[in-house]
Ligand binder design. Sequence first.
Ligand code: ADP
Ligand code: MG
Length: 701
Amino acid sequence: MNRPAKSVRESAPVALNELTDLRGVGPSLAEKLSRLNVYKPEDLLFVLPMRYEDRTRLVAVGSLVPGQRAVVEAEIELTEVVYRRRRSLLCRVSDGTGSLTLRFFYFSRSQQHGLARGKRLRCYGEVRKGSGGLEIIHPEYRVFRDNDPSPLDEHLTPIYPTTEGVQQGRLRNLINQVLDSEPGNISDWLPEALVSEHGLPPLWEAIRYLHRPPPDAELEELDAGRHPCQQRLAMEEILAHHLSLRKIRRRAETLRSESLQPTDDLCERFIASLGFRLTGDQQKALLTIRTDLAQTHPMMRLLQGDVGCGKTAVAAAAALNAVSAGSQVAIMAPTELLAEQHRDNFMRWFAPLDVPVCWLSGALKSRQRQQAYEAIATGKARIVVGTHALFQEGVEYENLGLVIVDEQHRFGVHQRLSLMEKGASGTHRPHQLVMTATPIPRTLAMTMYADLDVSVIREMPPGRQPVQTVALSENRRAEVVERVRTACNLGQRAYWVCPLIEESESLDYQDAESTHSMLTEALAGLSVGLIHGRMKNEEKEVVMKAFAAGDLQVLVATTVIEVGVDVPEATLMIVENAERMGLAQLHQLRGRVGRGQELSACVLLYRGPLSEHARQRLGVLRDTSDGFVVAQKDLELRGPGEVLGKRQTGLMQMRIADLIRDAGLLPQVQAMAEMLLDKHPGAARAIMQRWIGSASEYGNV
Ligand code: ADP
Ligand code: MG
């Protein structure tokens, strides 16, 4: 790629210092722009297109194909209002190579008159197959005044993410103003050697290219986010997030915590009472945690391990360790149901040790809540289990030394930090242990959890029966239904999952609904429940509880099944449309079964024909039950354009970077972050400000 030649201009560009220096921007628009993280003109350059449209060339009508987005110039042959099913305005146009229908469902009388026969127009839109040949529904169009067309665009048209009150055209106009002002002084903070080592262009060149790609730009590469200009910016964005986490970490190292050293053998007695031996990985994790807890600055540790590897037992031992050192412990789960599960486990484990467990949930009646508050404030409660309610206004701890958070990907960095602040007493902060069952490849973990130390449990407790995994074409569904019936008649239970397809809530719902009716009919005599994303949390919990209690034997679910809910009697996991789902998510779902004595199975139903790529992916699940291997393969086998659901992984939301796609940039980013923080703190601050804005104050809550 060529370096941009310094352009020489006749008149010096206007200096743009404030947003209001831009034409058309007043205080109210400036306020709206701040929602896009835009505070000064330069920030607009970092609002990057989500995709592009090619309006640089005309396409002959005769060569159009369905699915194509194209600019067409043609003459109007006929305009009429028709009443077939739905009132619509049809405008038939032709350019001598073929003809095309423009279809409008919403139109005004003047619009209808403007589209008069014999006039020429230029239009843009997505071509589809209509009842009478090719058509475009609601095209953008302009009728020529005196058969005198304006010139075509010189660049691909960027489509920006918009926000309420800042429309596409407005945003494009503002960005163009900034580009035209040639802010050549925009600072390139990345070391040049590093950027060129990756064959990436300088910042300004990348920015200009992405806002105004030339007509011959590789649209496919741009759409996939793999263009060097995008990679240049992605690198900086990942760096910005990584820096902010590093900063948090450095700050934590300067904070004080109580050194928690056990005064008796409570923890040992607990381990001896468990009835099983901790695995090597569990022991190692626990030892590390105990060492951390003895430090005088806060532990910030992530305990990572597949579902069922025994994280809870480790957390319980850590909690007793803190109790034995004279401290209170708070254990927080993201839902009532998960919190209850912990409460029950801990009560069962701790009762023989005479360690009371206090329960605090949002659902408590006010008298019970007051009692809990009092026990927490006086220190009578040593271990408190609950949901977010643990850190609500009004909860005062006597001496909180350790906070344990389960399923941490539901909680963002912000929440994690604010927990620490809420648990603060004077200058002291509680130690933090967060647990997650989402396996993440190492380089990724080091980037997205840069504020945390990571312990991994890979070893499963001995004697676990692996879940038998099979992939079946969906036309064998009837056999699967029979298998469910057999299992349920033996007292077992089954999940039947319909994935969320196309991110459409309503489709999602219908799919699960119809599966639910199908199964209710096919499995007469069994109770089949339904749980989906449109239900309120309380409603979901009622259904989940009924399934856990055995009142429901089959649970049809969209992908909302609570991660971590333990139903040992569930032995079958059926997943519809498995070929469309991420491996990580399928693995999570599979982890819902295989928790009891009986042999369990996971049936991946797919809609054929299966592509080679999909075949390979499903094969990974058949071949391994190790979540870390699955995660790594997921990374390797991701197809072009596949987007990993953020919710699945808890990966942070970024504007241009995709941590999985751009994983190759991570090692460099880590090295760069360390260097910048040490040698160029000003540049580090500027990069965080540029990409994260006010949120970069993560480290200063
Ligand atoms: P996680 O929270 O990591 O998903 P749990 O802590 O809930 O896993 O453990 C799953 C099950 O395995 C629990 O019933 C737990 O008591 C049991 N378990 C934990 N550690 C061991 C071990 N070392 N040996 C045998 N069983 C274990
Ligand atoms: Mg768990």
